[in-house]
Design a binder for this molecule. Structure first.
Ligand SMILES: Cc1cc2nc3c(=O)[nH]c(=O)nc-3n(C[C@H](O)[C@H](O)[C@H](O)COP(=O)(O)O)c2cc1C
Length: 347
């Protein structure tokens, strides 16, 4: 069984994670996979209280469940969430049908290209809605183009703040891999996955230096880039949010589990997705007294007001927005992200 569990892990790590930080490692013991969160992998201001990492690990757990079916196992996943141990997955050999979503674990990708403004078929939305088996989670879908544009505007404020806050800026630029060669050895995401055109790529590379970036900010580059991204994000078939009426660690893990299933179903229907989660995570960050200190008063106001706009459009006053995607039909991404070998302890 151990060899099968290793194979299951090596497929499941194709789950998405914030800035491709891959915040997980594994132990295999007595027919079980223990999944751990490695907090050091994502020390960003987006990952306050490990919220983003727990969503990523939730996605990985969905992959584990789906991949188990391919190898003829049923799996019981227990959320532990004690220190770094997030979950224990107990496997039993069984004669079960392979989950059809297995085919899409490795082909799912974040696509940052413009999407067609064509609304996906209602049947696809129906399939997304029935994938939600979680008591405290809701899926909200927005398809009206004026509302998509307003969500796009509010989400793109994140890009302005990233370029104006040194910690966010440094984290982003440290996670970009600038050449194919570097991408093969470093955890991160390849510059080509950002889908920048020639002049944009040249400017973006210059912004890596905080000094040059700060100079350009004085002449408005951060706001200009946010506006350009707002235009891009508004070119979408729909905006989808996963919301909940409570938030705790388990809810973030379940949000990730649901996020991944939605993403795989969308991939099956040849739809692409891009998470637009910056503002929602920054809102979680500034809800804590430590987090609030990391931002100036202008940014605190921007985070609050953008989050409020997003919440109002999704029309859910009592709910927290845990995750947002834009969705649509598009050309294939220019490049993909890599995974380094999974770290697996055995015995
Ligand atoms: C919790 C979480 C937050 C993310 N937030 C964003 C985001 O705000 N913008 C974005 O373009 N991609 C976002 N991503 C996508 C990751 O950058 C992407 O999954 C990672 O680079 C791996 O690439 P892949 O999805 O193509 O496999 C997020 C992913 C996760 C799991």
């Amino acid at each position: 069984m151990e060899q099968d569990l290793i194979k299951i892990i090596n497929i499941s790590i194709y789950a998405p994670s914030g800035d491709n930080s891959q915040p997980w490692n594994f132990k295999i013991k007595n027919n079980s996979i223990f999944v751990y969160n490695i907090s050091e992998r994502d020390r960003s201001l987006y990952n306050f209280n490990n919220n983003a990492a727990l969503i990523a690990i939730g996605g990985l757990l969905t992959n584990i469940r789906i991949a188990a079916s391919h190898f003829n196992y049923t799996v019981e996943i227990k959320i532990i969430n004690n220190n770094n141990l997030v979950a224990e997955c107990n496997f039993k050999k069984d004669n079960i049908n392979e989950d059809e979503l297995f085919l899409y674990i490795k082909t799912r990708q974040t696509n940052r290209k413009p999407y067609k403004q064509k609304t996906p078929d209602k049947n696809i939305f129906k399939q997304l809605l029935i994938a939600n088996i979680y008591e405290h989670l809701k899926i909200e879908i927005v398809t009206e183009s004026n509302l998509i544009t307003r969500i796009a505007d509010a989400c793109s404020v994140n890009e302005q703040i990233v370029l104006e806050n040194k910690k966010l800026h440094d984290f982003l630029f440290n996670h970009i891999t600038w050449t194919n060669k570097e991408d093969m050895i470093k955890k991160g995401f390849y510059i080509k996955t950002l889908e920048l055109n020639g002049p944009q790529a040249v400017v973006f590379k210059l912004l890596k230096s905080w000094r040059i970036n700060s100079f350009f900010n004085k002449i408005g580059i951060s706001k200009f880039i946010a506006k350009e991204n707002a235009k891009l994000y508004s070119e979408s078939g729909a905006m989808i949010a996963i919301t909940s009426n409570i938030i705790d660690n388990k809810i973030f893990i379940e949000t990730g589990m649901l996020m991944q299933r939605l993403w795989l179903i969308a991939t099956k229907h040849e739809l692409y997705m891009q998470p637009l989660t910056g503002i929602t995570f920054l809102k979680n960050t500034i809800n804590s007294s430590d987090g609030i200190k990391e931002f100036n008063s202008e940014h605190l106001k921007l985070i609050e007001s953008s989050y409020k706009k997003i919440k109002n459009i999704f029309n859910n006053n009592d709910e927290h927005i845990n995750f947002i995607f834009r969705v649509g039909y598009a050309e294939k991404p220019t490049a993909g992200t890599r995974r380094l070998n999974a770290e697996i302890a055995t015995g």
